[in-house]
Write a protein that binds this ligand. Sequence first.
Ligand SMILES: *Cc1c(COP(=O)(O)O)cnc(C)c1O
Length: 455
Amino acid sequence: MADVRPDRMHLPDERLTALLLAYVSGRLSMPETPLDHPGRKAELDEALAGLITADGRDPAQVLALYDERLSRAVLSADSPRFFAFIPAAPSKAALLFDMVVSAASLQGISWLEAAGAVAAENQVLRWLADAAGLPLTAGGTFVSGGSAANLSALAVARDEGRRRLGDAGARVRVAVSDQAHSSIHNALHLLDMGALVVATTDHRLSGAALRAALDSDREPATVVAVVATAGTTNAGIVDDLRGVAEVAQQHQLWFHVDGAYGGAGLLAPSVRPLFDGIEQADSFVVDPHKWLFAPFDCAALLYRDPQLARRVHTQDASYLDVIHEQPEEWNPTDYAYHLTRRARGLPLWFSLVVNGTDAYRDAVEATLALTREVAREIDLADQLTLLREPTLGVVLFRREGWDAADYDRWSGELLAEQTAFVTSTTWEGETVGRLVFLHPGTTLEMVREVLAATA
Ligand SMILES: *Cc1c(COP(=O)(O)O)cnc(C)c1O
């Protein structure tokens, strides 16, 4: 063993570097990323069997195996033909800068360790806060996703509510609409908070409905927060943020806005008025890995008063005292449930600075314009019924005469042909077609192929 160096993994390796950079370069040069296919467990198990050895393997062989066997069993969320769930569409600048973050092992825990990264991330958070109209005191951090952001924000809402009630162990609840994202329910469960579920009219939470729910509740004082959704995941509906904000203020509720998907709409003048009232939010979440063209995984979490979040999330350990010595220095780790964190806001920062804010506005507006055109096409097709005028980039429609099995067949065939990835959803108890647009490279022609397949 004497001739084998323990630092052999850490030595510069030109061949390895060239190999991987060539792969990345090839991927980034594709005019359109291929959709690829669902995986089969037996085939993947076979590809991976015995791969990990004591001595390692030739990287070119392993990369080839990844490329040919593994990567083809990953559906490309960044394909302009991916219309299911919520797709992704990271800009080239953001994707490339993500590699810089990796290559430099950039973390973003504390000011002491990573001031340069933290300052740049905070510049992006400020830009988002300005888009929402939050005060200059607002601030927060980037976390892995909307789920982590919602959990972190609601923990602060809970503790603030309990503080106001003067009972640190009080059982408290959060008002949520029946359309709130599943992560909200998970967060409430983890935080041991109950839900006051507010019924919606037209799937949109209104101030009036919230007020009525509180008025008819037996213990309204135990409700300490309300969650409004700025862009529901299933249908892209923006709640009545102004109305909800007003009731929240009257009842001293923490006002949390979940804009994980739809928050990007703040940048688009054509829909910006729908977000009025968001400037009253106590906490606000938007996922740049959804509609703000950043790579996975990246969620921005903002608090109106970050001080309150710090009280809840700062981890107390003697070896951490040194990062908390200067009160004016921003420590992202203190604003969510995490300690070590990747500086995951930097790819967005680089792309935003390089491309400029107009490029972001135009990309979001392009999606909205496409969505409206698709809605017209659906209106014109005899076999299709538009179920709701789209608000953001989600279209719901019915294919007359189809049941769930028909939608599944449609989805399976389109994916097999690599025409598109679509999935159905449930709307008012019925299985329906759902298309989500957020890639500015998606063309009306691509969507027409999907609609034609329902004929
Ligand atoms: C996607 C989404 C979430 C969850 O975000 P993740 O990044 O997937 O954790 C929460 N709320 C809404 C409205 C969403 O669309």
